[in-house]
Design a protein around this ligand. Structure first.
Ligand code: SAM
Length: 330
């Protein structure tokens, strides 16, 4: 091959998916949690797992090659600092609870080509088996908490009393915002199949007096007004354009003049449809999960928002590289 021929750099990078599978297996087997007390050998861990040590060792070396474990001495394995902080169950920053959702999303991604005709890994909260629904909502919870905590740092919350959290899932956004702002109360509107899960998370957070849960379909049931802020995280992206417009009209009608709306989640693109690249690529997963849901562009959000009475539409880049759209009701 002559030196001016393209080399498969991008292709090779894209084919390196196996560390992700090792991570998923490590979390499913709670490898990192088992190592929280110090290094162990494959043989020591294999007993509790009922797995042959030689087979477990393959996974442990893969996790070490992936940068999540360190090999100490003769076949002893220890968590790296990152794994010890983020992948050990019970630690406050534990990310691993989301692994069942990762598996759902990766399986959806594997079905992309066929899902172009019709979604083959549907996320329909009204019809999903309870265990899958719980994994979906529980998997979203850590990110909802983190996103809510980051949003809570914005100065405008000081004057807010009544928050509307539409399609709030676990209620994580409301929980984080209410924790940060003692004068704030929230109402989470969720489908009746999801509302009991929301109730559980809100109860565990000790916020039942400040976070109300309304079991309702926003698109077909009435929504009383009086809110002075609304958050819609990963909600409009699950709807068709006409449903998204309809949902925004309902939210607008429920907000007081001057109230702000915050639209967040993976499915927000700039008008190039290429950026953020994570959102442009994750957009294929929506094809498998929802009949018409997808990432929408800044211009689409702007047109919908202005069409239902919002002004000051702005796009913000967040620390996790996703975008947020905000607007103010006239
Ligand atoms: C992708 S999840 C996002 C959950 C949460 N906002 C988060 O980011 O963690 C979308 C949520 O919207 C809810 N949802 C979808 N359609 C709805 C509707 N018509 N009315 C109320 N909630 C709805 C679903 O039940 C689901 O929990």
């Amino acid at each position: 091959m002559s030196s001016d021929q393209p080399v498969p750099v991008s292709i090779q990078r894209l084919l390196d998916v196996y560390p992700s599978f090792a991570l998923l297996a490590g979390l499913r087997l709670e490898v990192f949690t088992r190592l929280k007390g110090g290094p162990l050998s494959a043989a020591q861990m294999a007993v509790a797992l009922g797995i042959e040590p030689e087979r477990l060792q393959v996974l442990l070396y893969a996790l070490a090659a992936a940068g999540l474990l360190e090999v100490r001495g003769a076949d002893l394995f220890a968590n790296t600092a990152e794994a010890g902080r983020l992948l050990v169950k019970g630690n406050p920053h534990y990310l691993g609870g989301t692994h069942a959702l990762w598996a759902q999303l990766w399986e959806a991604g594997l079905r992309t080509a066929d899902s172009l005709r019709a979604p083959l890994a549907k996320h329909d909260p009204a019809a999903m088996p309870p265990a899958e629904l719980a994994a979906f909502i529980e998997g979203l919870h850590p990110d909802a908490l983190e996103t809510g905590a980051a949003l809570a740092l914005r100065p405008e919350w000081a004057g807010c009393r009544a928050l509307l959290d539409v399609g709030g899932g676990s209620g994580g956004m409301s929980i984080a915002l209410c924790r940060a702002h003692p004068n704030l109360c929230a109402t989470v509107v969720e489908l009746p199949t999801v509302a009991p899960l929301t109730q559980r998370f809100v109860g565990e957070a000790g916020l039942v007096k400040r976070v109300e849960i309304r079991a309702a379909d926003l698109l077909s049931q009435p929504l009383e007004g009086g809110f002075d802020a609304a958050v819609l995280k990963a909600f409009l992206q699950t709807l068709s354009p006409s449903q998204a417009r309809q949902a925004l009209a309902k939210v607008a009608a429920a907000l007081c003049p001057g109230a702000r709306i915050y639209i967040l989640g993976q499915g927000i693109l700039d008008d190039s449809r290429l950026s953020p690249p994570e959102a442009a690529c994750f957009n294929i997963v929506f094809l498998s999960l929802y009949p018409e849901g997808r990432a929408y562009t800044e211009s689409e959000y702007r047109a919908w928002l202005e069409g239902v009475g919002f002004a000051e539409v702005e796009r913000h880049a967040l620390a996790d590289s996703s975008l947020m759209i905000t607007a103010r009701k006239k």
